[in-house]
Design a protein around this ligand. Sequence first.
Ligand SMILES: [Zn+2]
Ligand SMILES: [Zn+2]
Length: 658
Amino acid sequence: MGRITLTFPDGNARDFDAGITPADVAAEISKSLAKKAISASVNGAHHDLQWPIEADAAIAIHTMADDGPALELIRHDLAHIMARAVQELWPETKVTIGPVIRDGWYYDFDRDEAFTTDDLAAIEAKMREIINARDPVTTEVWDRDRAIAHYRAGGEPFKVELVEAIPEGEAVRMYWHGHWQDLCRGPHLQHTGQVPADAFKLMSVAGAYWRGDSRNKQLQRIYGVAFKTRGDLKAHLTMLEEAAKRDHRRLGREMGLFHFQPEAQGSVFWHPNGFVIWRALEAYIRRRLDADGYGEVRTPQLLDAELWRQSGHWGKFRENMFLVPDEIPATEDEDTDPVISGEADLMALKPMNCPAHVQIFKQGTKSYRDLPLRMAEFGCCHRNEAHGALHGLMRVRQMTQDDAHIFCREDQIAAETKRFLALFNRVYGDMGLTEITYKLATRPETRAGDDATWDRAETALAEALTAAGLEFDYAEGEGAFYGPKLEFHLTDAIGRTWQAGTFQLDYVLPDRLEAVYIGEDGERHRPVMLHRAVFGTFERFIGLLIEHYAGRLPLWLAPRQVVVAPIVSDANAYAEEVVAELRARGLRAEADLRNEKINYKVREHSVGKVPVILAVGQREMAERSVSLRRLGDTRTEARTLADITEELAAEATPPDLR
Ligand SMILES: [Zn+2]
Ligand SMILES: [Zn+2]
């Protein structure tokens, strides 16, 4: 038998017989490591303790202390353990697939009766039994035909289909958790007892089609979440509760901001209260852009398919575009649907503003002295997302970006990157979002441009970020199809992370659309294009602010800033006078003259997240004062009208104008 050399993370290397398993390696190091080991990394790949190693390799043995592999295995083993529990409880149930997802896993089952909440509790109890039994996890490689015969005999038609999809002649890996068997690539833990029995929970049941295709049989999907400790699980459940309270869709309803309806899937009906937030943000960012040397433009919604073909969107982005025939439809009468001929030229609603901005750049001759040229547009774009993928303001089909493109020379990339980062951080600081991490997203699988261009773009961006003193991680393969991008990951008030804003470096589009400037040398050159957005889209950014602030937006963004509520109807006229005074100072104030008790009004406006309520009665009227109550505060404070007007006007001033 041959010998192989395994190199450990500390740099030490040792020779072993070829075919040794990581479990044996761990055992040779120490008894306790053999017990604690959960899996290994072999040349960076996640490796089961039972799989043999045949050649020289770098190896690391993982234990529960290694978060990444530990969480993946806990969740993956729980998927198997749950499927086993379900089949032990209801043997007629057919099993399908069960992948690991964010925070947990799911498994799809075929069962005639619907799973109930009580069933979930029974499954959880059975899972704990299996965990406590500490059943060994074992694995074997079978040939494909044996696996098919096995699943046919066992009455598992979905598994038969899965194995049949594996190319003929290829081997199939099987796993057992105790007596229970599943088809699986692995890796897995050593035994079921390595799964923490008190750190998982089954969350819900939902319908799901076999292989995600609505023509196939509908299955039942059970979702679970799992962590390393009971404390982590509790923290996660608390976060979910808090997130539900902050859900922007719920707050949007309670605050009267916007609504959706089936006739306009994924497009927002903004109500006056919601659109006030939009307008405040737009006015704010427009001032910031004006000050930063951007010129604002507006470009067409509908553009000919030919332009999208040139830009490359037609090839790489077509399934996300709404197409419109450039033809007047034939109509027989008003009861029949209009008819489009097969010959109609196609146009598309723009999914991005970039190609249109290049058209403006190309008007007239540009010289090196014209660069950098910063072109901004609050551009309304449409992207054809599947109905099921839409999510409130966070994932929409019609979106407006605070978009801009910077056309510059290669030697200006570093300075423009630095300038944008300064703008970005200033804006997010103003919004109260200060926990930001950065990732450089590199070339994706589907992309335009050759590798040399990508090398150049990725290096240029990385160097510019380093020059700007920014610390960042890499997100491999996550770039846009035309260039690498910088991702901004924000952490909100309850610890969730969101992506917002973008900064992308692009050599491809100026080339495809033949943008040119005359250099100092008198020759024609291609400009570099920086695609950037600070908010990202208004829709998503407003959704994010609502959730971050749980609806209690800073005064300058609050849609309804002040409600003046008379305690007695005799004070109605004074209340209206107070409102007029506040409005004269630019505040969004309204009087609530309904014949209701003050406590009722306060409760109602609290639900609507009105930050300031001013109660007025006989005494306030006589003294020209108000009784101030802030949202979430039970105390009231007597203030003179002159005083409070001054204070609120200052507080409602946008941060850049203070
Ligand atoms: Zn598995
Ligand atoms: Zn762009």
